[in-house]
Design a protein around this ligand. Sequence first.
Ligand SMILES: Cc1ncc(COP(=O)(O)O)c(C=O)c1O
Length: 377
Amino acid sequence: MTSNTFNSESAAFPYLMESPLKPVVTLNGNEFIYFAGTGYFQLQSHPEVLRAAIEATEKFGIGSATSRTINGTTPLLIQLEKKIAEYFQTEDAAYLPSGYLSNLAGLQALQKLKLFDVIFIDENAHYSNQSGAMATGKKIIPFRHLNVEDLKNKIKTYLGKNQKPLIITDGLFPIWGTIAPIPDYLELAEKFNGVIWTDDSHSVGILGKNGRGSYEHYNLNSPKLFMGATLSKAFGAYGGFVAGNSSFINTLKKGQVMTGTNSPPNALAAAALKGLEIVQNNPGYRQNLYKNALYLKHKLTKLGLPVEDNNLPIVTFSFNDENKMQNIQTNLMRQNIFIQFIKYIGSGDNGVLRIVISSAHTTTHINKLVEALKKVL
Ligand SMILES: Cc1ncc(COP(=O)(O)O)c(C=O)c1O
């Protein structure tokens, strides 16, 4: 491994990814067994996903250079939206250029339908949820991360007479891999005549018997529940979506985000369609992911790391000492293992070490990670 190219703290983007996403990737000229990012099934390099993207590009070109509202809707976009609605068992769905924009568009549509007056948002909800909340111009009250009691108190304190709350959360939080207590939030939404918006970007494909995400995980079905997510993680593609009832999706499709953006590239719509199909038809991906997560967590517990005992693919720990954590990451890289040292919403100021497992890792990959960790902890 050459030693001069990585870990440049001053660079905004210190790593150059020079290979497709697979269990072993090339970063800054060196090969690493890769335990980062969010490609939970690594479909980003699946041959069928790639072929779908290439064929769509040849057939429809890159893009339409206009918005959906004008004439940017291709048959592929319609097909993808139908597929998303079928997968998530909703009346309709909208495909957007990114997950980030899905939150903006979804929250804007809820506002347009006058479904809420005051926003209550988990303090660690994703940046895009925070941006979407701010863009509504409504009063925003943050509540303590995952804390139902605090949410209840805040609603009682800040919600005016005849006002309705909107509760905003991530489904599965990206840094610590924790799941929001949505059934408790739903009780509050029902009691106060409000609604819930969940950014399910890290849960779709992963949580629930059929990979429909947080609501399926909890067996919830209610007209008060709304959701959006990205297609760039478990589904191996790119872009975002919002799934829901027809009137909500229609409102969203006529909203500013849809009207003001070019329609997403056909290659990515085709990739998403294939990714959804693969996940839907192959529950083995999810089972492998769970199996790998359990195996890794069992091994890390034996190393004495404080690891949650569950089958979710994110393992995070913090030593509250930035230098120590950066050294651990660098020393792992010297053994050709890549995990993330990351500062992100929810990580705290010192950052955390985050390991992400995928269904594509083998026991050998995981054992190598554990052996390398033993040497540097
Ligand atoms: C929780 C969450 N929501 C939304 C997004 C944004 O999705 P996209 O990258 O598709 O814009 C991300 C980031 O990747 C995320 O982690």
